[in-house]
Design a binder for this molecule. Structure first.
Ligand SMILES: Cc1cc2nc3c(=O)[nH]c(=O)nc-3n(C[C@H](O)[C@H](O)[C@H](O)COP(=O)(O)OP(=O)(O)OC[C@H]3O[C@@H](n4cnc5c(N)ncnc54)[C@H](O)[C@@H]3O)c2cc1C
Length: 301
């Protein structure tokens, strides 16, 4: 691989991806790069040959990394320049590498609300924006459903040539678990919340977390909901459950007993186990309901 020369050799090779994904599955990243700061990342992108395959990885909580060597440069924003969180009134500026959990604990002591839906989403700010992550702001109220698009004001990104751009919300396309931000490396974002009583916000966060623990499978590693919910019909989990697939095992991968749309890694699962199980689930649901399920989890190969 012909990599741009940086001041020190900042590249690692053969980094184990199972250590960087919540599924705890994955082979090796041919190159692993944690940029020192925005300027270095910009230089890297400017000099990176177009043929180099790049993949930005956050917390790896929506990924299934294939077994074996993955011939890509994995960019991971984990240095202080990408982790900063600042609050100014109702506006928040957050580095793309900042964990959602940390963002929540920073916001928790302020009289601000509108971010409660993020509680329990194990990603980074960058990953949540790309995926337009969403959940109910108050788990008891379906109409309180919010997504990242509802709290973002602007996003600072680097394009493939290392140019720094600031995209306003209306310049970004957001849809269900998708956005046009995938084309860039997000470096930071400005979010806007509203004034709210912190005691009620903390209470909602606590209840949202309790509800999550009650209905999702947190006992085993996973990447959250495996399949996208098909448009306008019953949730993917319900369809899988109706087919009686809860508990189905392939190798070390299993359809969770607790939440049918969670595939969990119960015993050193390989990516191929998950993919085989995914095909069985897709086929069974299609044969019974003529509905095609598509993965929400991104397969990285
Ligand atoms: C137990 C569990 C529960 C979950 N619950 C929810 C939920 O309620 N709602 C929900 O929406 N999701 C949920 N998820 C899925 C996942 O946490 C979210 O999609 C999360 O936003 C992904 O963030 P990440 O940092 O882990 O991104 P990754 O998984 O690392 O990457 C996801 C995508 O974002 C891209 N990306 C990441 N960072 C950047 C960046 N800085 N610049 C450009 N591209 C980037 C990657 O290339 C990839 O395409 C859950 C996952 C788990 C394991």
């Amino acid at each position: 691989m012909n990599l741009p020369k940086l001041s020190k050799n900042r590249y690692k090779t053969k980094e184990l991806l199972r250590d960087h994904t919540t599924f705890k599955i994955g082979g090796q990243a041919q190159v692993w790069y944690e940029p020192k700061d925005k300027e270095e990342l910009s230089r890297f992108l400017k000099y990176a040959d177009d043929s180099l395959l790049l993949f930005v990885i956050g917390s790896g909580s929506n990924l299934l990394a294939k077994d074996g060597l993955i011939k890509k440069v994995f960019i991971h924003l984990n240095t202080p320049d990408f982790l900063d969180i600042k609050i100014s009134g109702t506006k928040i500026s957050a580095g793309a590498g900042a964990k959602i959990g940390r963002l929540i604990s920073v916001l928790n002591s302020k009289d601000l609300g509108g971010y409660e839906f993020l509680a329990g989403i194990p990603g980074t700010v960058g990953g949540a924006l790309v995926m337009n992550a969403g959940a109910k702001n108050d788990h008891r109220d379906a109409s309180s459903y919010r997504e990242m698009k509802d709290i973002v004001l602007s996003v600072e990104v680097l394009d493939r040539h290392g140019r720094l751009l600031k995209l306003k919300k209306d310049e970004i396309e957001f849809s269900y678990r998708n956005s046009s931000l995938k084309a860039y490396v997000i470096v930071s974002a400005e979010l806007e919340l509203f004034r709210a009583d912190k005691k009620s916000v903390q209470e909602r966060i606590k209840n949202n977390l309790i509800n999550r623990m009650g209905c999702q499978d947190w006992q085993y590693p996973s990447a959250g909901s495996f399949f996208r919910n098909p448009e306008g019909v019953v949730a993917a989990g319900k369809l899988i459950d109706l087919c009686g697939l809860k508990g189905l095992v392939v190798g070390g991968a299993k359809v969770s007993d607790k939440h049918a749309n969670f595939i969990v890694n119960v015993r050193g699962a390989k990516s191929r186990d998950v993919l085989k199980l995914m095909e069985i689930v897709k086929k069974t649901v299609y044969n019974r309901f003529k509905i095609e399920l598509n993965p929400e989890v991104e397969i990285v190969s």
